[in-house]
Design a binder for this molecule. Structure first.
Ligand SMILES: [Zn+2]
Length: 79
């Protein structure tokens, strides 16, 4: 999923999957993928944290894809 090059240790590849199994105890049906922030009832702090967590994972996925693409382009140019 992500790429990281450590300067002192040479190229390194880290891939992983981020999973979590948490729900809001008050709003067990809340899913950040369905409705996003707008579906949070009454400004629930727990649901907001779930939404922020989902947003952070999306950011990680986007950055990881961008880095992998840049890395691949660098490898293509070197070949
Ligand atoms: Zn909630």
């Amino acid at each position: 999923m992500s790429y990281l090059k450590l300067p002192d240790e040479g190229p390194a590849m880290y891939k992983g999957v981020i999973r979590w199994h948490v729900r809001c105890p008050k709003h067990t049906r809340y899913n950040p993928d369905n409705g996003g922030q707008g579906a949070i009832v009454g400004g629930c702090v727990t649901c907001l944290k779930l939404y922020e967590l989902q947003s952070a994972v999306r950011t990680i996925r986007r950055l990881s894809a961008e880095l992998e693409e840049a890395n691949q382009e660098g490898m293509d140019k070197a070949a």
